[in-house]
Design a protein. Structure first.
Length: 342
């Protein structure tokens, strides 16, 4: 009869190793780590010394499997460099940590097929919840989320088509408000440049600009959108292309801060005075808009507040608490600066 094959050791300290060193049973160690209030201070200290000496790391996957609960919240983001993502992730992770949740981040590049694959893998590990930055989903991705039986939170964009929970901003309204402000200041030939990102958000921003132009009896003809990532190069080249089409262009709305910076640099190269010859504005203002010269007029969103509300909403849903609303609009502020004030 063949001998049973022995399991290969991982080299990591085990719960049994900790129990042996501490001189207690494995169940006692497990109880001390999972529900420390049920173990005396003296015994808990003794077990912790053994844990520290051996460098023991609890197997959370096994614990989650046994208890049916996980402390991991998976988040999918389309970009690791876009200002909105960066401003949201840090505060969100901080708020989740206060609630004893761990954030696991995956990068999709804004590619829906890639998002589907990542979602399939993540859901197989049974996270406590899924968070997605933006609202653009493929049919298959949406189906996976609708049937996963865990909380799903979509952030950054307010959408009536949210799968479950939703915290964000009305990007249609923000673009419309910014365009109306420029029209009220006397600008008539207002262009629009949008870079690759969440296509649903870009479409809403474009429609907001168009609606304000039409309501102001102006032609929404001068726009450029690209599948390229938002960049300084896109801003500079985009403005150059728009000026070839319309020399009377007198104002510009950019979807991203770095696009606006590129447009500002192009104006400086062409010796176009900002704002007298060209007003520059953007829809996701941050530090660059505030520190540039001239300062750039921008729509600004408090992503820390968004992160706080998102963490409250998702943790409440996970814990089964009563939720007053599934959708929270955090709003936006229009910060007027020298780049549009003639």
């Amino acid at each position: 009869m063949a001998e049973p094959r022995k399991r290969r050791s991982t080299g990591r300290a085990t719960l049994a190793d900790v129990a042996k060193l501490a001189g207690v049973g494995s169940m006692t160690v497990s109880r001390a780590l999972r529900t420390p209030e049920q173990v005396s201070d003296k015994l808990r200290e003794k077990i912790q010394q053994a844990v520290d000496e051996l460098g023991y790391i609890p197997n959370k996957a096994a614990g989650a499997l046994a208890s049916g609960q996980s402390d991991t919240i998976a988040m999918l983001v389309p970009s690791m460099t876009e200002s909105a993502c960066c401003q949201f992730i840090g505060p969100f992770q901080t708020q989740l940590a206060k609630r004893n949740f761990q954030l696991q981040i995956s990068y999709t590049g804004g590619v829906l097929d890639q998002e589907e694959k990542i979602l399939t893998n993540i859901l197989a590990s049974s996270p406590a919840a899924i968070v997605l930055f933006g609202s653009e989903r493929s049919a298959k991705g949406r189906k996976l989320l609708e049937t996963c039986n865990i909380p799903v939170l979509e952030v950054n964009e307010i959408t009536p088509l949210a799968i479950d929970l939703n915290v964000g901003v009305d990007h249609y309204q923000s673009a419309k408000v910014l365009t109306q402000q420029l029209i009220e200041q006397g600008f008539k030939n207002i262009g629009f440049i949008g870079g690759h990102g969440d296509q649903a958000i870009l479409n809403k921003q474009l429609r907001g600009w168009q609606a304000a132009m039409i309501e102001g009896y102006l032609a929404p003809d001068h726009f450029l959108t690209s599948h390229e990532q938002a960049s300084i190069e896109l801003g500079a080249q985009g403005l150059a292309k728009l000026l070839l089409r319309e020399q009377e262009l007198d104002a510009l709305i950019c979807t991203h801060e770095n696009i606006a910076m590129g447009a500002l640099f192009e104006c400086q190269r062409r010796v176009l005075k900002v704002p007298n010859s060209m007003a520059i504005t953007c829809l996701d203002g941050g530090a660059f808009c505030h520190q540039s010269y001239p300062g750039i007029t921008a729509i600004e969103v408090d992503y820390s507040a968004m992160a706080n509300q998102a963490a409250d909403l998702i943790s409440s849903k996970i814990q089964g608490n009563t939720i007053m609303t599934n959708s929270l609009n955090v709003g936006f502020q229009l910060q007027q600066r020298a780049s549009s004030q003639t």
